[in-house]
Design a protein around this ligand. Structure first.
Ligand SMILES: Nc1ncnc2c1ncn2[C@@H]1O[C@H](COP(=O)(O)OP(=O)(O)OP(=O)(O)O)[C@@H](O)[C@H]1O
Ligand SMILES: [Mg+2]
Length: 345
């Protein structure tokens, strides 16, 4: 697919859309009705082959992304799990010492009640206090408990984001809260961006529900975030030169739900701008990119949802990808207001 520049953009600041330009037609015009019919059948077959190849590519890219994300997610879950384990081990040792203290305290109470406080019990109680580092336990335990609770919440939110991200739509469009879907995608992709960028979220709280294939739109947002992280990585060199910024924004714009993913990365080089939506076009080394991310984004947004995808870029300053999905207000209203009529009494 060839992009086309919008004429008012300055030379260095390109605005490119995913609109296709006309390609030269091959002169294979059929001559008779039979030839016409045969031609139509072959075209139909080619279209159906193309659609199933596209579906397989999307599935393969999704599986590849899940494989790639799995290592990052394991790491994200591993960190809180590790400190929850350390804290629970500390609390378990602390509990044993507090139990010792309870046992000796009971003996002490019993001997005081009996009117003859035993020197032996008193000595043991003092030793238990001293050796058990009770003050330290009392000081550190609340922190260990709070950290563990936070860690478990973190794990729960990662697991819930994973479930949300990978929940299959089964090819059925359904009303979707894009802010929620994007939040899950950002969590699932954390390991892809956190070493090279800070991530800013600016969500429109009034964004209406959008009828869409949630899992596929999630995949598009993931592709854009990973691209943004790679573009920043090229500038900050894995964090050695500080961090860049990725900004993810949603906007309700007159019948459209807009998702903007901006980065402070390298920008798209002039000669690559016309080709970024082409399948298998990549400027990345083997192992880092296969050139399918934006082709899939185009197919999902433009072909499957009747939306638009475009970008603005400035060499050396960064790029903003803009995805626009139609908000089917009419359909939403219908589903809200067309409750079944009650029979008149
Ligand atoms: N945010 C961006 N900043 C700079 N260049 C970008 C950005 N997004 C895409 N590109 C350019 O567009 C090319 C195509 O992107 P696309 O996502 O389709 O493939 P890829 O990232 O190379 O590989 P894949 O997504 O399949 O892993 C990239 O190789 C890169 O040159
Ligand atoms: Mg990509």
């Amino acid at each position: 697919m060839d992009g086309s520049a919008v004429s008012e953009a300055p030379a260095s600041l390109g605005r490119y859309s995913s609109r296709t330009s006309a390609r030269p037609a091959v002169d294979d015009t059929p001559k008779t009705m039979a030839e016409l019919e045969d031609h139509r059948r072959r075209l139909e077959q080619a279209l159906s082959d193309l659609k199933s190849t596209q579906a397989r590519l999307l599935q393969a890219h999704k599986l590849e992304a899940i494989g790639q994300l799995a290592a990052g997610i394991a790491h994200e879950i591993n960190t809180p799990t590790q400190y929850v384990t350390d804290n629970v081990e500390f609390l378990s040792r602390a509990f044993e010492r507090l139990c010792d203290l309870v046992v000796v305290s009971r003996e002490l109470v019993a001997s005081v009640k009996a009117g003859a406080p035993s020197a032996d019990v008193l000595a043991r109680a003092e030793a238990t206090f001293a050796n058990g580092r009770i003050d330290y336990i009392l000081q550190e335990s609340p922190k260990a408990i709070q950290q563990s609770v936070d860690g478990l919440h973190r794990v729960a939110s990662i697991v819930s984001a994973m479930k949300d991200f990978s929940h299959p739509s089964g090819g059925e469009k359904a009303p979707c809260d894009l802010n929620e879907a994007i939040s899950s995608t950002i969590v699932v992709a954390t390991n892809e961006w956190k070493y090279v960028a800070d991530l800013e979220i600016v969500f429109d709280p009034d964004l209406p529900l959008v009828r869409c294939l949630r899992d596929e739109v999630n995949q598009v947002v993931l592709n854009l975030i990973v691209n943004a992280a790679h573009a920043i990585d090229a500038v900050v060199l894995g964090g050695a030169n500080g961090k860049g910024t990725i900004r993810v924004e949603t906007i309700h714009d007159d019948g459209w739900a807009e998702i903007r993913v901006s980065d402070t990365g390298s920008g798209i080089p002039e000669k690559a701008r016309e080709r970024v939506f082409d399948p298998f076009f990549t400027t990345k080394p083997v192992g880092k990119g296969t050139g399918q991310g934006l082709a899939i984004a185009y197919s999902v947004i433009v072909e499957k949802h009747g939306g638009e995808i475009s970008f603005e870029t400035e060499a050396g300053n960064g790029t903003t990808f803009i995805v626009r999905l139609p908000v089917n207000v009419h359909e939403e209203r219908l589903s809200t207001f067309c409750a079944p009529l009650r029979p008149l009494a």
